[in-house]
Write a protein that binds this ligand. Structure first.
Ligand SMILES: Nc1ncnc2c1ncn2[C@@H]1O[C@H](COP(=O)(O)OP(=O)(O)OP(=O)(O)O)[C@@H](O)[C@H]1O
Length: 375
């Protein structure tokens, strides 16, 4: 589902832009601090309602602006041509629209704009908190099973209610809340299990193509002892739960354990190897999404050159090209982008102090100026 046209205003140092994009690869180059990442950040803002580099959106708003406006014309494989609009006011109000109709949740925009980011911080998917890996699994489930978001909300509600009963030490009410909690927990767990079963072979295939010397295993931990029934675990932990005032076990504690030789991969692999594994996870997720939905993920690859050597960069680019999805790749150095990889359909953009320009259009413009007869 390539973005055909992208308009952004009010984001960091970017001057208001209106770009016609390539459905294949969009190379973006420019000096440090020129605004390359901010373009990717704006796309993620539309897709996820948040930035991938700050938890506070006020930092994304340009210093002199009172609003962020983003508009995308998209060619969706199932919906056809559509337009997404996002308006965020300095005060915090946010309006999202699809083809002019207001969307009631961020999840709807996420549905229409499946985006994966590969950037210098993505190794955190291995070394960061389990929540990051839970979110990773849930991205995959959500984009294929649309009921998942509602089921997740139901589970969160059950968890909140159970925790409040625990805090108030109302032991007699626990059996009632346990029933609903267990029911909704098992729904989440089944979705995640089923997804990872399909995901693992795809991940192994992609990792092998990226680097067949890295041997990684993925193991799913549901959030409670896998050999016990959740209800039994809750019964056993009830007293301690009551003391703590929260539920120790359940899908909110699930984990995707990524290991090398039975050790956490983050402790064993080099930074570059970790990035390779994370790239494989993200590409495999997009590949599986494509197989199962017939729709394509958009890849945002920030600072491609950082910490991946030429061989791995080339392998990564080749995999992305094979997926035939839209890709945005940034780099400081134009040659590092185009020397190793010349995809069939690509476009080159240059960013300088927040101003982004289509390089081919610039060249054409300059040529037509030269061809013009002198006045
Ligand atoms: N809220 C803001 N308003 C205006 N300018 C901002 C704001 N926040 C950051 N900036 C500036 O905007 C630019 C953002 O640059 P960005 O991170 O997109 O650059 P980049 O080209 O990806 O750089 P690098 O190659 O160093 O990663 C920086 O120059 C920064 O100082």
């Amino acid at each position: 589902m390539p973005i055909r046209q992208l308009k952004i205003s009010g984001v960091r140092n970017l001057q208001p832009l209106d770009l016609t994009l390539q459905s294949g690869v969009n190379f973006i180059y420019g000096d440090n601090g020129s605004g390359k990442t901010s373009i990717l950040e704006a796309i993620v803002l539309m897709a996820a309602g948040k930035s991938f580099r700050t938890s506070q959106l006020k930092h994304v708003l340009a210093h002199n602006a009172d609003r962020i406006e983003i508009q995308m014309d998209i060619d969706d494989e199932s919906l056809g041509q559509c337009q997404l609009d996002s308006l965020r006011l300095k005060g915090g109000d946010h309006l999202l629209k699809l083809n002019g109709s207001v969307l009631t949740s961020q999840a709807e925009a996420a549905h229409w704009l499946p985006v994966q980011v590969i950037d210098p911080t993505t190794f955190k998917l291995l070394s960061g908190s389990p929540e990051e890996r839970r979110q990773f699994i849930d991205w995959g489930v959500f984009h294929v099973e649309h009921s998942f978001m509602e089921q997740w909300k139901t589970f969160r509600k059950q968890l909140k209610q159970r925790n409040s009963v625990l805090k108030q030490k109302e032991a007699e009410w626990l059996p009632v809340w346990n029933k609903g909690f267990v029911e909704s927990a098992l729904v989440i767990d089944q979705h995640r299990r089923a997804y990872l079963k399909r995901f693992k072979p795809e991940f192994m295939r992609i990792l092998k193509a990226l680097d067949d010397s890295v041997d990684v295993t993925l193991a799913y931990y549901p959030g409670w002892d896998k050999d016990s029934e959740l209800q039994d675990v809750l019964d056993k932990q009830q007293e301690r739960d009551m003391v703590l005032g929260y539920t120790q076990s359940g899908p909110h504690r699930a984990e995707l354990r990524i290991k090398v030789d039975k050790q956490p991969a983050a402790e064993i692999l080099s930074r570059g190897q970790q990035k390779t594994v994370v790239a494989a996870l993200k590409i495999a997720q997009g590949a599986l999404f494509q197989q199962e939905s017939g729709r394509r993920t958009i890849y945002l690859v920030d600072d491609l050159a950082s910490e991946l050597d030429e061989k791995h960069r080339f392998a990564l680019c080749k995999l992305l090209e094979d997926l035939k999805c839209q890709v945005f790749i940034t780099s400081i150095d134009k040659d590092k982008l185009t020397d190793i990889w010349q995809p069939v359909a690509s476009k080159l953009f240059h960013v300088e102090q927040g101003l982004i320009q289509d390089v081919a259009a610039e060249v054409e413009d300059a040529a037509s100026q030269q061809d013009r007869p002198a006045d």
